[in-house]
Ligand binder design. Structure first.
Ligand code: KIV
Ligand code: ZN
Length: 506
């Protein structure tokens, strides 16, 4: 397949639909971003529309890199075409983009002209554009658009006959806009195929799909597979009404379907955020690929699949690896009453608190019950349950103090069923000495595992900096996991032992 040719229309169709069209400096910033994305063509503006747009076209044509096609829009009138030539002809590859409707409805009710008149005007406009711009730049091109091509089902033969003459008059690109999306993608594409098959092979067929019914990406992607090589897209799907075809969606959909897309995909996310800021149009939460929620999972089944495949290129519940478009690799796991144990495990573990799957299973119904009332829970709310259920286990024991006497000797103070005890113990470090003291008090226990974690962030504001996790061997050989946090690392160890004992002695 021929590589897709990305023709960006953010600075024209996108710009013309903004509540406050961009100033020159803003257009320059976006132009540079389009360079970083490596688009093949940019429609820089509609120079006849305003002095500001004319100036922007001049400047952006100046800034164009060598193999970029710089295009500007003109109605099929000489003065518009002259504006385009006067503003962009100095680019290395300038393109006059002129258009006229050939749709029966539009010719009759908007232009109030006959089809013959419109056909003649289109041919003359292209002829004029070609001759005029070629006089000043031998690389120059002409593109013709059939405005409202999607409404040309009933007169497609007339459209094709006109386009053949438009091509003879000098147009090398025929753009077929779905100016207002009304039909099924398949119906629209069948018209595109008719045109493609009727025109010489070297004519580039282009698509410019508006998104009125939300199918512009599908139409553009399928249109490419039907032979349209030039794809006109807008960053963030900006454009008149419901916008134009979304650039990122088309680029990624083609990439995912095995097409060698000549775009720096890893720039997509950053550019999308910049365009959102500059257009003052928020990216809606559920926007594909770049929306804040596009990588969020809340149901237990999805969370389980997402977590199990999170390091793989192909994810169970995502279309891409987020880094493909330069997005952080952070599929969001949000906890609601619909979520499950994998989420509990993941959220607590990611917050830096060790937990086992068995413990996550135990905490899940408790957290779900809270969520049933509150909706999605934040990490802190989940950790509160962890603190209460895992760290603050009350039982027969109560830790009171632990102090170094000398060398390897420590004194341990605690209560057992309310009765105060003070015992000495010695050992290689506080943990050993505490176990020795407990043995001396009649509670012998063996340690099978020990680990201390630094708490990077004190999520609960307790002042704790360390967490100790210990495993004791129970009477029947079972493992009891004890945990504690404290500002003092030795005390965290000792309290972790009491946490384990309280799970046995109630
Ligand atoms: O939507 C449209 O038909 C257009 C043309 C000017 C290409 O924007
Ligand atoms: Zn348009």
């Amino acid at each position: 397949m021929i590589k897709p040719f990305f023709y960006d229309i953010t600075l024209r169709d996108g710009n013309q639909s903004l509540k406050k069209p961009w100033q020159l400096s803003e257009k320059c910033t976006i132009f540079e971003k389009l360079h970083e994305l490596n688009v093949q063509a940019i429609e820089v503006g509609f120079p006849a529309s305003s002095h500001m747009d004319f100036e922007a076209c001049v400047k952006l044509a100046d800034m164009a890199w060598d193999n970029l096609v710089v295009s500007a829009l003109a109605r099929s009138v000489q003065s518009d075409i002259d504006s385009v030539i006067n503003s962009i002809a100095h680019a290395n590859i300038p393109r006059v983009h002129t258009f006229l409707t050939l749709s029966p409805f539009h010719m009759q009710y908007v232009l109030n002209k006959t089809p013959q008149y419109c056909a003649q005007r289109a041919i003359e406009a292209v002829n004029y554009a070609y001759k005029s711009i070629r006089k000043v730049n031998k690389n120059a091109q002409v593109q013709f658009s059939v405005e409202h091509f999607g409404d040309c089902l009933e007169n497609i033969d007339f459209v094709i006959a006109t386009l053949k003459k438009v091509v003879q008059a000098g147009a090398c690109v025929i753009n077929l806009p779905n100016t207002v999306e009304r039909t099924r993608p398949a119906t629209f594409i069948s018209l595109v195929e008719r045109v493609k098959n009727a025109l010489p092979d070297d004519v580039i067929i282009s698509l410019h799909n508006h998104n009125d019914l939300g199918m512009a990406t599908a139409t553009t992607v399928e249109g490419y597979f039907a032979g349209a090589v030039q794809l006109e897209c807008c960053l963030n799907g900006l454009g008149e009404r419901a916008g134009n075809t979304d650039f990122a969606q088309v680029a990624v959909a083609l990439h995912n379907n095995g097409i060698d897309v000549p775009i720096n995909l890893e720039k997509i996310y950053e550019v999308s955020m910049i365009i959102s800021q500059m257009s003052k149009i928020k990216i809606y939460e559920k926007a594909p690929l770049v929306g804040p929620e596009a990588l969020a999972h809340r149901s237990g089944i999805h969370q389980d699949g997402a977590i199990k495949t999170k390091d793989m290129d192909f994810g169970a519940y995502r279309p891409i690896k987020p880094t493909l478009i330069g997005r952080d690799d952070d599929e969001k796991i949000g906890f609601t009453s619909q979520s499950g144990k994998t989420a509990v495990f993941e959220i607590i573990n990611n917050a830096g608190y060790p937990i086992t799957i068995d413990e996550a299973v135990r905490l899940t119904p408790i957290i779900k019950a809270i969520s049933e009332k509150k909706g999605e829970l934040g990490v802190e709310e989940i950790l509160q349950v962890y603190y209460k259920e895992i760290l603050d286990v009350s039982g027969a024991f109560e830790f009171v103090f632990f102090k170094l006497i000398s060398g390897e000797k420590f004194e341990l103070g605690f209560k057992f069923k309310g009765e105060q005890k003070q015992v000495m113990g010695s050992g290689n470090g506080p943990l050993d000495a505490c176990l020795d003291a407990l043995k001396n008090a009649g509670f012998p226990r063996k340690l099978s595992f020990y680990k201390q974690y630094a708490l990077n962030e004190d999520k609960m504001g307790s002042g704790a900096t360390a967490m100790s996790v210990i495993h004791l061997i129970g009477k029947n050989g079972e493992e009891i996991i004890g945990r504690a946090i404290d500002q003092n690392t030795a005390r965290a160890n000792v309290r972790a032992i009491f946490n384990a004992l309280n799970q046995v002695y109630k």
